[in-house]
Unconditional design. Structure first.
Lengths: 567, 420
């Protein structure tokens, strides 16, 4: 263990500086500050997007238009709800986790391109500003998919701002992804080969590859849309030789892989959390790592399954086949996770509860996903509440539950304080059933004949809609338990030790929060990031506890990181 | 801490469940899957076409497999959290198992087989749902913001019995005897009969729409600049809602067929887009085709009656947004047309038009120029030029305006008293 404590040549060993709020409002190239900036911004937009969702559900309590002044107002609600949740909540939140954790997990001092990292983040606030500004000039009302000619001929000037905001977010996403790829390729410590990387890093790598390859297509599509809107071109105007399917193809060529941009990092977090909190190695490490890559690859060949009702009929079957294939690597992951917790020692921490919640709810999204892949069935439920249900099981039951789990798991590392576990359990108890009751009945609504994106619907659908709306209000309120827990923890939470969950990955091999240079000296990774149940792993954690204090720090005990032994 | 037990407390053989456990688990799993299947009739609309029967069969198949997977995963999760929960104070680890190649091969192969079977089954079902049948009834459809219009054609052979060809107006005669030999007429609903294969050829007047009949399980996007087709064969008589499934703007939800109850009489009637399926072809001809064809072939001379006929035919989608008691219109998005003949004069003054006729013409040709207070600029502009979308020839416009000017409170009262 001597290597752990050897100081870096020329590196100054420093105490972690106590960061102030103002440090997070400024330009900084420290990946940890940028990570927090991403996450706080994303959480802000989560609350905004959530409030819009509450308005949507309020409107849908009755079959007629009553809350909103007109149908346009309602269309603006769900357009901005979806755009915010996708582009300004889940994607930046995952980028935030990636930024904070990837260098730490690799034992690096920062990302490969710190300045670029900061630049990528600072594109997000102006994008959010543009998006919200749309409300004052005629907000976009063509849905987040912005199909022309509705988006080019009719939607208000906010649609132009929407396009500009999406452009900024796309650039941010590409720059961030390049940074991740270079960092992961070049900055792994000695002794960490590709197959010793934590699975979260694998997931971020797969995500970054998708982002770099797919996002330029979104930029291309949005550019054409903006030109049609402001420069009189006719890419999507059939009357002048344009084609409306051009948009759908290019848009989904990005937006289907974007689903994996949102869900692969969640898979990565899940592998970490399930293993640590059930004290058992990840089952089938290689299969999980490589299935992320398989998903990234096959994900580029399935886009037109979003177009089964508009695509040329002859092309529908090939896309059904690729869409079916992609279920296999996802299935591998689910079964590997089940095998991971099987036989372990499951600790019901808040992080673990949400991770298990992910596992049970994501499976429903996976099953409905395979159903939607079947052309004849999809033709019935395409553009209905069945799809709304499916995508929320994947993105809320999947990505958001993983984000919740990730927050409970890494919060001690990021802030140096523990969240209240009892509140975390209450958060789960409220969120899990209300999530299920919000989104599961939507399957039936869609099957019975309720299309999506409508403010008025047939009266026979009201009973189910009331159930959905009331559950969604509970779900919305349950978020505040987490937000309160965060504020409470920052003010009076128990101090966190370096490694409260006794995990083996490198982000825990430093103080909480880590110093500006991340580590005291060069960290040496444990050969197997999930080597639980071995004597070596036990001794490794023991040595760490000697250095930074025990995992279960008594509340009164201050944990001062020990200066490196070499001093 | 030295007391920690590094060797797993439970032997690894315990990780493999006993045979009796597996049997109980599988029985519960299969029973649960059948329980899911029993809900199927509750979550589907009536099965009103041959396509619906095919689609429901594959849905049932996938629901059963999906329910098995659901029960398997949730079952394993529940068993895990009960069986493998950490006892209080246990700081030990689970056994250091990193994988099992056989197991991993199994859970790669089985899902691969399942999705292959689903894909093949889906392909055969899909082929069956798009068979082009002999003797199809071909109907044209226009999707416009926010209404559907269905176009039927009449050729000389289709002329209803008892129509004297010589009594037809010269231009209609000319149309029927030229090369194509057909004229078209429009309706807001799609009419057909049981067992008749239908093909709908669809165009979009403005943005994309999607034509969906939930009871028939068929859907096809209606794309600007392209003509798309949809096929179904009804198996059951009745009225089935047509829904627009592709976001088309503020009134997207209003494009679906509605069942409206008249608050005064309690009478129920259908507005908007529906598929009306009659029991037999004879019923279809006598109830719909012949009366509608006759009124279209022999239009009255009185412009008020012509205007009423044009509006009642659904050629223009006015009924989706406006209220008009005479025609049973119940739209609420636009201003009421009841008694418009009384109000047109003052509106003309407010809107800067010379007289009531000019005001109504202006309001149809350029609806956005002056809005009735309290209403948004939602109405499409109806153009005089046949090259443009929403084409409304001057002859139609003048008849409609004549009819609207006749809509006065006095006329309504007398109409009411005569029917009572």
């Amino acid at each position: 263990m001597a290597a752990i404590t050897a100081p870096l040549p020329g590196a100054r060993v420093e105490q972690p500086k106590r960061l102030r709020v103002s440090d997070f409002l400024r330009w900084s190239v420290d990946h940890k500050i940028i990570g927090v900036q991403y996450m706080v911004t994303a959480l802000f937009f989560f609350v905004v997007g959530g409030a819009l969702a509450m308005l949507i559900r309020w409107e849908l309590l009755t079959p007629s238009l009553d809350l909103m002044q007109d149908g346009q107002g309602y269309n603006q609600l769900f357009t901005i709800h979806a755009t915010i949740m996708i582009f300004m909540w889940i994607i930046p939140m995952m980028a935030g986790f990636g930024n904070y954790l990837v260098p730490l997990m690799l034992g690096a001092k920062d990302m490969a391109f710190p300045w670029l990292n900061a630049f990528a983040f600072w594109l997000i606030p102006p994008a959010g500003f543009l998006m919200i500004l749309g409300y004052f000039v005629g907000q976009a009302e063509a849905g987040w998919t912005a199909y022309p000619p509705l988006s080019t001929m009719f939607s208000g000037d906010g649609q132009t701002l929407w396009g500009m905001a999406v452009h900024l977010l796309g650039i941010s996403s590409i720059l961030g992804a390049i940074n991740f790829i270079v960092t992961i390729k070049n900055m792994r410590p000695a002794g960490m080969g590709w197959f010793q990387m934590p699975l979260f890093v694998w997931a971020i790598l797969a995500t970054a590859i998708i982002q770099v390859m797919a996002t330029p297509f979104l930029a291309g599509a949005v550019t054409l849309m903006l030109l049609d809107r402001v420069a009189g071109t006719a890419f999507f105007d059939p009357a002048r030789g344009g084609d409306v399917l051009l948009w759908q193809n290019v848009f989904w060529f990005y937006s289907h892989p974007a689903v994996y941009i949102m869900v692969l990092p969640a898979f990565g977090m899940l592998s970490e959390i399930l293993s640590v909190h059930s004290r058992k190695p990840v089952f089938g490490y290689r299969a999980i790592a490589l299935s992320s890559m398989a998903i990234a690859l096959v994900g580029f060949t399935v886009w037109a399954h979003h177009m089964f009702t508009s695509l040329t009929p002859e092309l529908r079957i090939p896309f059904m086949i690729t869409s079916m294939i992609i279920a296999v690597p996802t299935g591998i992951k689910v079964f590997s996770w089940l095998a991971t917790i099987w036989g372990g020692k499951i600790h019901f921490t808040s992080a673990m509860l949400f991770a298990l919640g992910f596992l049970s709810m994501f499976v429903i999204g996976g099953i409905s996903g395979v159903m939607l892949g079947s052309v004849p069935f999809d033709i019935h439920v395409h553009d209905t509440y069945f799809v709304v249900s499916h995508l929320h099981f994947v993105l809320f039951g999947g990505s958001v539950f993983a984000i919740y789990a990730g927050i409970y798991h890494w919060w001690p590392k990021i802030t140096g304080r523990m969240l209240d576990e009892r509140l975390g359990v209450w958060h789960f108890i409220f969120t899990f059933p209300s999530f299920f009751l919000t989104f599961f009945p939507m399957h039936m609504l869609g099957l019975l004949g309720m299309p999506r994106r409508v403010a008025v619907y047939a009266p026979e659908f009201q009973a189910l809609n009331v159930v959905v709306s009331i559950s969604s209000f509970v779900l919305g309120i349950s978020t505040f338990i987490l937000l309160y827990n965060m504020v409470w923890s920052l003010r009076s939470g128990r101090k966190a030790s370096a490694n409260p969950w006794r995990a083996l990955t490198l982000e825990w091999a430093t103080s909480s929060p880590p110093p500006a240079t991340n580590f005291y000296g060069d960290p040496v990774p444990f050969p197997d990031p999930y080597g639980y149940g071995t004597k070596e792993a036990y001794l490794y954690v023991e040595a760490q506890e000697k250095k930074y204090g025990p995992a279960e720090a008594p509340p009164e005990r201050q944990i001062a990181p020990q200066p490196a032994a070499g001093d | 801490m030295s007391s920690i037990n590094l060797t797993p407390q439970r032997s690894e053989t315990k990780l493999v469940p006993s045979l009796s456990f597996i049997i109980v688990f599988v029985v519960v799993m299969v029973a649960g899957a059948f329980a899911f299947l029993s809900f199927m009739p509750l979550i589907l609309p009536p099965e009103a076409s041959t396509q619906a029967q095919e689609v429901d069969r594959i849905f049932g198949f996938m629901l059963f497999i999906g329910a098995l997977v659901f029960m398997l995963v949730q079952g394993l999760l529940v068993v895990s959290v009960v069986r493998w929960r950490a006892r209080p104070g246990d700081r030990g680890d689970g056994p250091p198992i990193h994988g099992n190649t056989t197991l991993e091969a199994v859970w790669t192969a089985i899902p691969a087989v399942i999705v292959t079977v689903i894909a093949i089954y889906s392909f055969t079902v899909w082929q069956n749902t798009r068979v082009i049948a002999f003797g199809e009834q071909s109907v044209g459809a226009i999707g416009a913001r926010y209404a559907w219009t269905f176009n039927y054609t009449i050729s000389q052979d289709d002329l209803p019995a008892g129509i004297d060809f010589n009594a037809l107006k010269p231009e209609i005669q000319a149309d029927l005897t030229d090369e194509d030999g057909v004229i078209t007429f429009s309706a807001t609903k799609l009419y057909t009969w049981v067992g008749q294969p239908v093909v709908v050829r669809m165009d979009a007047a403005d943005v994309n729409h999607a034509f969906w009949i939930p009871a028939m399980r068929v859907k096809q996007d209606v794309l600007a600049g392209r003509t798309t087709e949809i096929r179904f064969t009804p198996t059951m008589a009745g009225s089935f809602r047509v829904v627009c499934a592709e976001l088309c703007g503020a009134g997207h939800g209003n494009m679906a067929g509605e069942l409206v109850t008249d608050p005064a009489t309690g009478e129920q009637y259908l507005t908007g887009a529906w598929v009306i399926v009659y029991e037999t072809e004879e019923e279809y001809l006598s109830q719909f085709f012949e009366p509608t064809a006759t009124t279209n072939l022999l239009p009255p001379d009185d412009p008020v009656l012509v205007g009423r006929q044009i509006l009642a035919s659904g050629k223009y989608p006015c009924n989706t947004c406006h209220v008009l008691a005479d025609l049973n219109w119940v739209g609420v998005v636009g201003p009421s047309l009841n008694g418009i003949g009384d109000r047109a004069d003052e509106r003309a003054a407010a809107g800067g038009d010379a007289d009531a006729t000019a005001y109504l013409i202006h309001s149809i040709r350029h609806p956005g120029d002056w809005l009735v207070p309290g209403f948004g600029n939602l109405m499409p502009q109806f153009n005089a030029d046949s090259d443009q979308t929403n084409y409304m020839p001057d002859s139609d416009l003048n008849a409609i305006v004549a009819y609207l000017l006749a809509q006065t409170a006095a006329a309504q009262a007398s109409a009411g008293s005569t029917t009572n």
